[in-house]
Design a protein around this ligand. Structure first.
Ligand SMILES: C[S@@+](CC[C@H](N)C(=O)[O-])C[C@H]1O[C@@H](n2cnc3c(N)ncnc32)[C@H](O)[C@@H]1O
Length: 379
């Protein structure tokens, strides 16, 4: 296990502006956010990123495969979601503010540019967390990414806002011990730290290069003072349940899955076909990771499972198989209040069987796909 060591890197910075583009494909509107563009901690120019996204080619074999499977599983919903997934220019991005950084100016700029909070204000009785602040825009606005600068904390993390659903479902409380079993690149680990002050957040990632990426994320967003709270390992998550039985209050399994959004733009037919061939192995891996998570959580503790695919085989079927083969495990319904408050922002599919929740993208609310389901270990 590694505790975090912060390392330095040379940084380049360029000024930049943001692009707003409607789903209709209308003329792009660019605007400048005063302090963001003045802050100049940007990475790739947003226009460059937008151009790259526009130029990405759809992988026909993956599209055909999804058409067959998801028409059967989702019917009409697949048609509306497909329209969004195939048009990267209409994708929205959530801006998750970093409570450990000084972001007051940026928050004010964003709000004056039409951004609003995804969740209730932090002081509301309905707020899920004291600190988590995610701003969204009804258009496909895209901020520049900020570059890593040694000794400086990035002010925001860009994400698909539906990624917050598993973190909110985990509902971490101050002082809890939390395991993020499949953690890289670290978006949800970062989000967990925005919601509470856990006694321990243990992040694990099996892939070496993604593990390095995870370390970099944590270094860029989390103050050194929290170093003792965090631990990071580069192991197969399937082994962690045996290594740390019953050690955690909560475990997040943000599982490796058919990442529908990105698979549709696989780099070439070969990569697409390889992914489709390997796809049938995913449910087995997902079940093994869940078993490990259930071993790592204490009796009475909560495991949240999430994926970013529509696939029934990787979502409800995994949960059902697990529930039927494991004793002392029960399904946990996500709080109605949480689903209700997010329904204004997210489109939820009606699942059959009704196990877990699935956010599906639609025009104007392009968040998802994101499947979330909770399990409690009884004994
Ligand atoms: C969906 S991604 C996680 C995204 C991450 N939670 C976030 O929010 O940034 C799934 C991750 O699981 C990792 N993974 C795949 N197999 C694994 C295993 N056996 N044990 C642990 N991690 C694994 C993948 O390399 C990938 O980084």
């Amino acid at each position: 296990m590694l505790s975090l060591k912060w390392f330095s890197k040379t940084n380049v910075f360029t000024g930049c502006c943001c692009i707003i583009k409607g789903c209709s494909g209308s003329v792009p509107v660019s605007f400048q956010l005063n302090r963001i563009s003045r802050g100049l901690h940007t990475g790739l120019c947003v226009q460059e990123e937008t151009r790259r996204r526009t130029e990405r080619k759809v992988c026909e074999s993956v599209l055909q495969h999804f058409n067959t499977q998801y028409t059967e599983e989702l019917g009409e919903l697949w048609l509306s979601s497909r329209e969004v997934l195939l048009n990267p220019q209409c994708w929205q991005y959530g801006v998750l503010l970093n409570r450990f950084s000084d972001h007051v100016d940026i928050e004010a700029d964003l709000k004056s540019s039409g951004y609003y909070s995804l969740l209730s204000p932090p002081d509301s009785p309905f707020s899920r967390s004291q600190h988590l602040q995610c701003l969204v825009h009804k258009e496909a606005a895209r901020l520049p990414k900020q570059r890593h600068r040694d000794g400086w904390l990035k002010q925001y993390y860009l994400l698909n806002a539906a990624s917050l659903l598993p973190v909110l479902a985990l509902a971490v409380r101050d002082g809890e011990k939390v395991l993020d079993l499949c953690s890289a690149p670290g978006g949800k680990a970062f989000a967990v730290l925005q919601t509470a002050n856990p006694a321990l957040l243990h992040c694990n990632e099996v892939d070496k290069s993604r593990y390095m990426w995870l370390m970099k994320t944590l270094q860029s967003y989390v103050p050194r003072a929290l170093g003792d709270t965090l631990s990071v390992t580069n192991e197969d998550g399937r082994d962690i349940g045996n290594q740390k039985p019953g050690m955690f209050d909560k475990v997040l399994v943000d599982a490796p899955c058919s990442n529908d959004r990105s698979w549709l733009f696989s780099a070439g037919a070969q990569q697409g076909e390889l992914r489709l061939r390997e796809r049938s192995k995913l449910p087995q891996l997902q079940k093994q990771l869940l078993c490990s998570a259930l071993a790592a959580v204490r009796p009475g503790g909560l495991v949240v499972y999430s994926t970013c695919t529509f696939s029934r085989a990787e979502n409800q079927a995994v949960m059902e198989a697990l529930l039927s083969s494991s004793q002392g495990v029960e399904l946990v319904e996500l709080e109605e209040e949480l689903i209700g408050s997010l329904s204004a922002h997210f489109k939820f599919a009606r699942l059959q069987p009704p196990v877990g929740h699935l956010v599906v993208p639609e025009q104007g609310r392009t968040w998802g796909p994101m499947y979330v389901c909770g399990l409690r270990r009884r004994s």
